[in-house]
Design a protein around this ligand. Sequence first.
Ligand code: UDP
Length: 232
Amino acid sequence: MLNRILLKLSGEALSGEKKTGFDLDVCKDIAGQVKSIIDKGIQVAIVIGGGNFWRGRTGTEIERTKADSIGMLATVMNCVYVSEVFRATGIKTSIYNSFECGDIAELFVKDKVLDDLKKGKAVFLSGGTGHPYFSTDTATVLRAIEIEADRILLAKAIDGVYDSDPAKNTDAKKYDSVSIKEVVQKGLQVVDMTASVLAMENKMPMSVFKLNEKDSIINAVTDKFNGTKVNV
Ligand code: UDP
């Protein structure tokens, strides 16, 4: 039985069909699922991407580190929004950011995060790594290692890990499970390479599944899981 998980939601996941901004119903559904997971006694930390607003590579006319700063700030906006939706659902929350953010979020401190998790709060970890040239994938693995999560839950648009892109190759095969070493060696699309190597070196397992299926997050912490397990 899992004790502590880190759930990664892409920014696009929050925007539903619109692909930009927020879809309230999608966020409410995520909140309902997380509530029932916390009610089971499982501790839940959450990292959210920023792609529903901005990606560093979006701004070709802007210097890269500045473009990445905008991306990191987008992850803060996402966490503030989703945290409020969670609160409306009756979940206690806190937000810890990777850089000073006034009274919007506290600075990430492992001990404080663990205290909140043990109190049954959903803890949002915003701001990515706080550094340009990284991704929220890397922040996800880094924070999961730091808070000693048992497993990362990667909620994606795709239902697992494939040996090639199923959108381009009709013969693409889905893995039920795959080792993180194979992911790195074959360059399989799970998280980016920096994040994959970090997960491999620190033995952090991941479960990859499609968010847009009924009770997908709940199923990912139970035996009903039908995505891909990335083993260490
Ligand atoms: N970002 C960054 N450092 C981090 C995390 C994110 O610079 O540690 C920036 C980067 O520009 C990225 C954007 O924030 O494109 C949004 O994050 P996300 O990982 O969701 O981007 P995506 O994977 O969608 O490009």
